[in-house]
Design a protein. Structure first.
Length: 227
């Protein structure tokens, strides 16, 4: 009898809670589905994509850019598109055991090489123009297909990752690099990215917190598009 009474009271509580809070519960449920399958934002903890993306940036990710997935799962219901060279992608790396954000460089079948920081895609040099340099670092504008972006070279770091290849990207995989070329653990470290690990395409910075200034917001990085 005691257990029956407890169960009755619990069910009565749930019924009252649903009646008074059903709109809030539905909102939470729909928001969770939206963040799981449509769009979300991710915190960037490292500087591997500097200067394009900084530590503390909250990046808006279009999760439907490449796949429509069953909410709360990795099951793809529909292929909605394919990554393009130059795009910034977010993926769950099994090799790194972490979520990573990098720039798409090599598509399946591409032959990629790098010689002294300069990229070659299918035998053709990528446009690369130095815009600023000093004894510590170098900045250059790089154009991958139609996307122009800035890469950073930290001269104080080893140039071990500055040259590789040529290597052919296997089918169903991609080659990605960070914009902070000597400070990025990317395909040069973890290998090619399988198609099923892609989570979506980074589209904008929602807002940014400056870790070096008491986590105050950076006022010039609200809803800023990323390329």
């Amino acid at each position: 009898m005691y257990l029956l009474a407890r169960n009755f009271n619990f069910m009565n509580f749930l019924s009252k809670f649903w009646k008074t809070n059903k709109l809030f519960v539905l909102f939470i449920l729909l928001m969770s589905v939206f963040r799981s399958a449509v769009a979300d934002w991710y915190t960037v903890p490292t500087g591997s994509m500097k200067p394009t993306i900084k530590e503390g940036d909250r990046i808006i990710v279009n999760k439907m850019a490449y796949d429509l997935r069953l909410p709360f799962s990795q099951i793809s219901l529909l292929n909605t598109g394919e990554p393009q060279r130059g795009e910034i992608v977010v993926f769950e790396s099994k090799a790194a055991n972490n979520r990573l954000i990098k720039r798409m460089i090599g598509l399946p079948g591409d032959v990629i090489a790098m010689k002294n920081e300069k990229l070659f895609i299918n035998g053709k040099p990528v446009s690369y123009q130095i815009t600023q340099q000093n004894t510590q670092q170098l900045f250059a504008t790089e154009q991958v297909d139609a996307i122009n972006h800035i890469v950073r070279i930290d001269k104080s770091e080893s140039d071990q990752l500055s040259s590789f290849g040529p290597i052919t990207v296997p089918q169903g995989h991609y080659l990605v690099l960070g914009d902070n070329r000597r400070n990025s653990a990317d395909s040069r470290v973890y290998g090619f990215v399988p198609r099923h690990e892609l989570k979506g395409k980074a589209t904008a910075i929602a807002f940014s917190l400056n870790y070096d200034n008491y986590y105050l917001p950076r006022d010039n990085r609200f809803f800023k598009d990323v390329y």
